[in-house]
Design a protein around this ligand. Structure first.
Ligand code: NAP
Ligand code: ZN
Ligand code: ZN
Length: 340
């Protein structure tokens, strides 16, 4: 009898628990799937939200990891777009209906029937191998090394998508709140798209780096009275903070007709400053990762404009230390976990 295939992973066995070495038997490789040997994983704040079941959608044992890069080791019988040895990545989305109007426009992130997440009901990238549909794997451009490419697959696409949607002209004044994994890439992409970028940060120590990423201005996040000079200035704000914010202040930093786009997930409900919203004709928007159309475009754009995250690498076996470091706001600016 042949031996069972087992994938070695790091899993949280219960909500809020540290990850531990764990193994599971993968489902047989589907005809439309590939198997990859994982070499790199970006660590996203959503992996921590999922570990802690912050959104109530986690199932345990939970194997996080959704900024995954590796090499193809097997292809299903019907796969013709990839071959063994190709370097590919997977992001937050594992699969979608492929038939609804949104999917047909490459907006699988808002699939009518709901997409399948890489780590929602499935085991993700903190493992030696992964099996998933071949056409949700992205070929990594040669210009991007694997450690740089991994964070683009969630952090990168999540900020590229709203910047691409809402920046309408060169010189658009774009504010980025929270200079972490998503935020520092937002600064880089916004700069490359021709925006005038202001970084808003609770960490004064990030000023020099934020400017090196392309921010024209840096503003520490203070009480509203101490931020008078930036009130009414921004046309678009991308909020990446994973925590509660002074929403009134955020809206007041927007100019009239401005858009505040939430990508960070601070809580499931927020209180809106209605007067600022109505009388400034402002828009509150939300954005979730991005579909295949923008993902491919973003990877090409990043390769063309040399947009790469600032990463620090740690071995996957140090995943718990890495999560603690990210939670303490000490990651600069994306931790990438490497596997042998
Ligand atoms: P991150 O690397 O931890 O960056 C978040 C940044 O927010 C920090 O660097 C910090 O920047 C600021 N911050 C303010 N208050 C904080 C607090 N209480 N704890 C930690 N940081 C705080 O996180 P990330 O990976 O960029 O993810 C950010 C958020 O986006 C998370 O909520 C994540 O779940 C969400 N997300 C959403 C999507 C989507 O599709 N919408 C996709 C990926 C991630 P300063 O020091 O500059 O203040
Ligand atoms: Zn993510
Ligand atoms: Zn669909």
């Amino acid at each position: 009898m042949s031996e069972k295939t087992m994938f070695k992973a790091y899993a949280a066995l219960k909500a809020g628990e540290q990850l531990q070495a764990w193994q599971y038997e993968p489902a047989p490789l589907g005809h439309d799937e590939i198997e990859i040997r994982i070499t790199h994983n970006g660590l996203c704040h959503s992996d921590i939200h999922m570990r802690d079941n912050y959104w109530g959608v986690s199932s345990f044992p939970l194997v996080p990891g959704h900024e995954v890069v590796g090499k193809v080791t097997q292809i299903g019988a019907h796969v013709s777009s990839l071959k063994v040895g190709d370097r590919v990545g997977f992001g937050w989305i594992r699969n979608a209906c492929r038939e609804c109007d949104h999917c047909l426009q490459g907006e699988e992130n808002i699939c009518r029937t709901g997409y399948a997440g890489l780590i929602v009901g499935h085991h993700g990238g903190f493992a030696d191998k992964l099996r998933a549909p071949a056409d949700f794997a992205y070929k990594i451009p040669d210009a991007l090394d694997s450690a740089s490419a991994a964070p683009l697959l969630c952090a990168g696409i999540t900020v590229y998508s709203p910047l691409r949607t809402y920046i309408k002209h060169p010189g658009t004044k774009v504010g980025v709140i929270g200079i972490g994994g998503l935020g520092h890439l937002a600064v880089k992409f916004a700069k490359a798209m021709g925006a005038e970028v202001t970084a808003f940060s609770t960490s004064a120590s990030k000023e020099a780096e934020a400017k090196s990423f392309g921010a024209h201005h840096f503003q520490t996040w203070e009480k509203a009275d101490d931020m008078k000079k930036v009130m009414g200035t921004q046309e678009l704000i991308i909020n990446t903070a994973p925590s509660e914010l002074e929403w009134e202040t955020a809206f007041n930093i927007l100019g009239n007709n401005g858009t505040l786009c939430l990508v960070g997930v601070p809580a499931t409900t927020i209180t809106l400053p209605v007067m600022s919203l109505i009388f400034g004709q402002k828009t509150l928007a939300g954005s979730a990762v991005g579909g295949r159309r923008f993902m491919r475009e973003m990877l090409e754009f990043a390769a063309l404009h040399n947009i790469t995250p600032m990463v620090e690498t740690m071995p996957l076996s140090q995943i718990n230390e890495a999560m603690d470091k990210l939670l303490a706001n000490k990651a600069r600016y994306r931790i990438v976990l490497t596997s042998e």
